[in-house]
Design a protein around this ligand. Structure first.
Ligand SMILES: [Fe+2]
Length: 211
């Protein structure tokens, strides 16, 4: 190797190392906190075979919308470097406006809502995006204490799966008293959606995946 070759090769190494350093730094700087894991709970919709599209408030063939305050939630599924995860699968389920799940394990005697879908299955788009139209779930009682309003999420990326629960920012007081929310510790803020407008929320879900 002559002097010029050595110079070029050293320069290529330096440029490569700088580039690698820059990418690593960007990844470190941009890395969002992982979304906190939460228990699946007793109401995972194992035997649900009904309608499961993004609009939980209106069932096909029904004339009446589900009871309760209609809200929209959108967000993205991201990998641990903050890159969007296309094709991630999201299953979500929630109580209705009376705090009742349509599930065989449910003990709550609050009324079911025949017009409420209760479950959705989604696949994220090119930018990792997803959205739902639903009603805000009511709090409900359990033998362990009151559950603040929340929506359950089962998110499958390309290599990791996360059970999580999304909480509402305007319920800060009730959230702070909730036994499962308290268990999240420092991860709790990753489970709270942002309110973008009245009835519109945003929640990004960050998985362990590396896209
Ligand atoms: Fe729940």
């Amino acid at each position: 190797m002559d002097r010029l070759d050595r110079h070029i090769s050293r320069r290529a190494f330096t440029v490569g190392a700088t580039l690698f350093g820059a990418i690593a730094a960007t990844r470190t700087m941009a890395a969002p906190p992982l979304t906190a894991e939460s228990p699946m709970g007793p109401f995972f919709p194992t035997s649900y075979h009904g309608e499961d599209d993004f609009d939980l408030t209106m069932l096909k063939g029904h004339k009446t919308r589900a009871l309760g305050d209609v809200i929209e939630i959108s967000g993205r599924v991201l990998d641990r470097y903050g890159k969007p995860l296309k094709g991630a699968n999201i299953k979500l389920w929630q109580a209705n406006a009376a705090g009742r799940y349509a599930h065989e394990n449910e003990q709550n005697t609050a009324p079911l809502d025949p017009n409420f879908q209760g479950v959705a299955n989604l696949v994220t788009g090119k930018s990792g995006e997803w959205r739902i139209k639903t009603i805000k779930p009511k709090f409900y009682d359990t033998p362990l204490g009151l559950r603040t309003p929340h929506i359950h999420f089962d998110v499958q990326g390309h290599a990791h799966r996360l059970m999580a629960q999304m909480y509402f920012p305007e319920e800060a007081e009730a959230n702070a008293k909730d036994f499962l929310y308290k268990d999240l510790g420092e991860g709790a803020p990753t489970s709270v959606a942002q309110m973008m407008a009245p009835s519109a929320y945003r929640w990004d879900i960050v998985l362990m995946d590396a896209a």
